[in-house]
Design a protein around this ligand. Sequence first.
Ligand SMILES: Cc1cc2nc3c(=O)[nH]c(=O)nc-3n(C[C@H](O)[C@H](O)[C@H](O)COP(=O)(O)OP(=O)(O)OC[C@H]3O[C@@H](n4cnc5c(N)ncnc54)[C@H](O)[C@@H]3O)c2cc1C
Length: 498
Amino acid sequence: MLNFRAMRNFVVLGGGTAGWFAALELQRLFGTQASITVIESPRINVIGVGEGGILNLPGALARYGIEEAAFIEATGAVLKLGFEYAGWNNGREDDVFYHLFHAAPNAADGSLVDGVPVDWAMLVANGVGVQYAESALPLIRNNASQTETLGVRAALGARLPTSMHFDAHRVAAYLKRVATGRGVRLLEATVRDLHVAADSGHVTALRIEDSEQPVPVDFLIDASGFARLTLGRRFQVPMRSFGEYLLHDRAIPFYLPHPRANPHLVTRAVAMNAGWMWQIPVQERVGCGYVYSSAHLSDDAALQEIEARVGKVEPVRTIRFEAGHFDDVWIGNVMAVGLASGFIEPLEATSIGQMLGQVLTFGELVAGSAYIVPQTSVAMFNERNRVDWMGIRDFLRMHYDVPRRDTAFWRDVNALKLPDTYATLKACWQHRLPRSADLQPYRQGNFMHFEATSWISVGQGTGVIAPQAAAADLARLPRESVVKSHQFLVGVKSRFAL
Ligand SMILES: Cc1cc2nc3c(=O)[nH]c(=O)nc-3n(C[C@H](O)[C@H](O)[C@H](O)COP(=O)(O)OP(=O)(O)OC[C@H]3O[C@@H](n4cnc5c(N)ncnc54)[C@H](O)[C@@H]3O)c2cc1C
């Protein structure tokens, strides 16, 4: 049992985006009744390569009382409407598909009938991209300005869901100002070691470099990034590797100027010889990076390929990673968040979204337990974290389930075995579209990364979901729903001259 009512010293180890969001959650939970300290090393920089959020970012800002406009102003963030995938099927000019943010279809307004998103099913059955159902598409194609996009969003409300592109350096700096303004203490120091009580196994203090004064700990959130000071270095918790399903383990970030008048409204993921390149705009530039498999490409060859494609660049550095996460992320009185708990390639921008889901689940669990948390709830928390990772892994694996075979990487990634959970779902999706019920095993409490419509977007784009699956669903629906969705299809075709 953890008695949070009796705790006074909350410490967050790490002042990146994860650390400061975690501090805001602690501040929300404990207010001024406890001491909340964030320790960040002046020697170890935070990660910040040009990041994209997912749809839980606006909700998180609201939860911590941060206005979107203030966030944008302070961080140079820009609006994001989803993802664009270029070259994943065959590498030709017109090889593009989208995974756009979209309002969840629902039974009340008739957009979901017997679990089938009818208009989307009609598009899929007729070989029309599901992006044509979304108001975001014209804005993306016309390279709409931020002001114009905000105007359309004001008119459409929830029918134009948005997240943001940003630079995590600036986000961490801004959240630091917000949190310290609310009483969170900042300690600029490098943690040398943890003191662990022999009887309980709990961390009781942190030892700091060049200081005799230990920092007392009742509860520790480890947000130390890739340093992974607690679970990795001290406790040596086993990592659950995704290496047998996903090949990427390197990234070279760099920057480019905006290619068009306004920042792109989507994260672009451009297929390359041994992986893909992210292009994430912020106000002043585009953060880019090549994510690749070191088994297929050397670092020098990766840089050459980048420059052959976009011209001379100044690489920031080469980042090495192993896709996977710690089996348990909450052990005793330590919980790891963000990169300290795991990482997978940034396809679909899951890292910060995953961290926010984790922090939210933690907050709801502590408050929902009236601040006295049984060990069984900690075990449930860890299990939910594992299934969330499993969902991310499977969704990302679907992106590589494409016909492209022109390089050794694309041949090898296709030949990798599928996770059993994804293989099972894929078999069902030969007969019908994904359903929300299929994805419940991936749910982390109140948070689920990717709803059925996200899987349909990517499944249609990669060819995993064929028109016949949607046609089979439509054949089982009431006639009036099908007629209505056919009218929708006719409207789309005429509007976009398809
Ligand atoms: C190539 C790449 C692309 C990415 N793209 C995306 C994306 O598109 N979308 C997305 O959501 N996420 C993305 N991410 C992940 C995202 O950048 C991180 O999840 C996010 O920035 C949070 O990082 P963090 O706070 O966990 O760690 P960091 O930012 O690394 O912060 C770690 C903190 O720990 C401190 N620290 C470390 N050791 C010590 C010590 N001994 N003593 C004291 N302090 C210490 C450091 O000083 C720092 O303050 C990407 C990551 C990479 C590598």
